[in-house]
Design a protein around this ligand. Structure first.
Ligand SMILES: Cc1cc2nc3c(=O)[nH]c(=O)nc-3n(C[C@H](O)[C@H](O)[C@H](O)COP(=O)(O)OP(=O)(O)OC[C@H]3O[C@@H](n4cnc5c(N)ncnc54)[C@H](O)[C@@H]3O)c2cc1C
Length: 507
């Protein structure tokens, strides 16, 4: 009999010893010589955090099915961190097999009555308005239908993080979990048609609430809340992506006080359709201290290319880069050629000069949690597709019906990974509401993005040949999941620069 009681606390203690040793080595010889060790430490930490979030969920609900999933998550975390003997691996997979076809506790996700109502309202909306068109938008890389955008605005999804005084619905206490639930449900129907609509507004809202002037908040927040102005965020450039401090696109102040932008940006998602474009640009020298954030109003353009010529002669050109997945969101390469922005475009006004990097990072923190929820929604869709279409028993003319144990084990693993990412994100949301949790948001995004790739791969596999057919939803899930570990901070950069550094700094 294999002992499956998991000493996860012991693993956490071991990790802490490794962490302290690594911190001493990095202090002595620098970070670059220890990137691989840091990355392993971060991933081990992520697996343990995810399992502990599952244990907390189990303790909250007292539900036997959830308890079984928490125990499986702990076993999975232990295997991910330490590796397993063959016998232990078999025991763990048999445990997963018993979860594979069990009635799922996934719907009982707790939260307030408001959260449950939000989830069911959005599930209805997404099943009715988004799911039926998701595949067509994906395969044709079509424009997002306007009825989805107006539907999302009408349901109040752009207002969640905006305080009431600026046209939003945020009460005294922020409710990040509501934002995650909304994102999960839209992404369950489609990552692109709906699931990603809230990301960019959330990033700009956070930047404005952190560092915008009162006038800017009064003008832009109500416009974002009502959906009158959709948002795109331009940070990445042809010569820099992860190294945000080296942004080159320049904003020059004209004698009139207006700003003039010249330079190129890459991968600016939704830049055509958006009416409000935030651009991280260089207003001074000195790395990240020379960066400021501009918010430019522009007309909306449908399609894959646009050119906006201003009366003063400034030009903004955009071309969407064809991508494997993420259809409909249209990520643009942009060229600003003496493009004018009014004096008031600089977020924070005079006080915002040189604060762009900080404001952008504030925005990314919430964007990363949002991306974790996008990953969870995608996993949930894949999980449901696998449960409804994958045979867990097989029969043929010369063999009686038999139990497909390995398929059940895979279904169990998919369910556990999905739930662990979701519980991790809810815990990070709680920390975020308490004004903490920037690092947890990054850790959650890191973990959920990787899990979404694993889960969608397994679900595609369980669909056999049809999993590889372009016409099936699960092939879309697979290519959509691939992008999550690339944007909003690549997994390597989040691991090393954000989570790894923070872990090593801890006492
Ligand atoms: C579909 C899509 C949509 C996007 N939407 C937006 C958007 O709306 N706005 C926007 O501004 N950007 C957007 N991006 C850009 C995205 O954020 C960048 O692609 C990402 O930050 C990586 O930058 P890069 O492509 O220049 O790669 P690089 O930074 O060149 O990285 C290449 C590889 O090197 C690794 N690497 C880089 N630095 C280090 C290091 N110090 N240590 C170890 N490894 C390192 C990276 O992790 C990566 O694996 C989008 C990208 C895609 C694909």
């Amino acid at each position: 009999m294999i002992d499956t009681a998991i000493p996860l606390a012991a693993v956490a203690n071991e990790l802490d010893e490794v962490r302290q040793r690594l911190a001493r080595e990095v202090a002595a010889t620098g970070e670059d010589a220890h990137q691989v060790a840091m990355d392993h430490l971060v991933w081990a930490h992520a697996h343990v955090r995810a399992a502990s979030a599952m244990r907390e969920w189990s303790e909250r609900t007292g539900d036997a099915a959830v308890d079984a999933m928490a125990a499986a998550a702990e076993a999975t975390a232990l295997a991910d961190v330490r590796g397993h003997s063959l016998d232990q691996a078999v025991a763990d997979d048999l445990r997963l097999a018993s979860i594979g076809t069990a009635p799922p506790p996934f719907e009982d996700l707790g939260g307030s009555a408001d959260h449950r109502l939000l989830r069911s309202t959005l599930r209805d909306f997404a099943d009715r308005e988004i799911a039926p068109i998701a595949q067509a938008v994906h395969r044709n890389d079509a424009n997002l239908p306007e009825h989805v955008i107006t539907g999302v605005a009408r349901l109040g999804l752009f207002v969640i993080s905006i305080p009431e005084e600026y046209g939003g619905s945020r009460q005294e206490r922020p409710d990040t979990k509501a934002m995650l639930i909304a994102t999960e449900e839209l992404s369950r129907a489609s990552l692109c048609v709906g699931g990603s609509l809230m990301t960019r507004p959330e990033i700009l809202v956070r930047a404005l609430l952190t560092g915008g002037t009162e006038d800017q908040r009064r003008v832009w927040l109500p416009a974002i809340a009502s959906g009158a102005q959709l948002v795109a965020v331009a940070v990445t450039e042809p010569d820099q992506g992860s190294n945000v401090a080296e942004v080159k696109c320049r904003a020059r102040r004209l004698p009139s006080g207006d700003w003039e932008l010249t330079g190129a940006k890459l991968w600016c998602t939704f830049a055509g359709r958006a009416e409000l474009l935030t651009v991280l640009c260089r207003t001074g020298e000195g790395g990240h201290r020379g960066l400021s954030l501009c918010a430019l109003e522009k007309p909306a353009f449908p399609g894959h290319e646009f050119e906006h010529v201003q009366p003063e002669g400034g030009v903004l050109r955009g071309r969407a880069i064809p991508t494997l997945g993420y259809g409909g969101m249209h990520s643009f390469e942009l060229v600003f050629d003496h493009y004018r922005a009014p004096a008031g475009a600089l977020v924070g006004g005079e006080a915002g000069i040189g604060r762009g990097f900080y404001l952008q990072m504030e925005g990314f923190a919430v964007g990363r949690l949002q991306t974790a929820a996008r990953a969870v929604g995608l996993m949930q869709a894949a999980l449901e597709a696998a449960r409804s279409r994958t045979p867990t028993s097989g029969a043929s003319s010369d063999a009686p019906e038999k139990d497909l144990q390995l398929v059940r084990a895979k279904l169990g693993a998919i369910a556990v990974r999905t739930s662990a990412a979701r519980q991790l994100s809810y815990r990070a949301a709680k920390l975020s509401d308490a004004g903490d949790g920037q690092v947890d948001a990054s850790l959650t995004k890191l973990y959920a993005s990787r899990m979404a790739e694993l889960v969608t791969r397994e679900v595609m596999q369980l669909h056999g040949g049809m999993g590889y057919a372009e016409e099936t939803d699960v092939s879309r899930h697979f290519v959509d999941a691939r992008v999550l570990a690339i944007f909003e901070g690549t997994e390597e950069v989040l691991s090393l620069r954000v989570i790894g550094r923070s872990l090593l700094r801890a006492p």
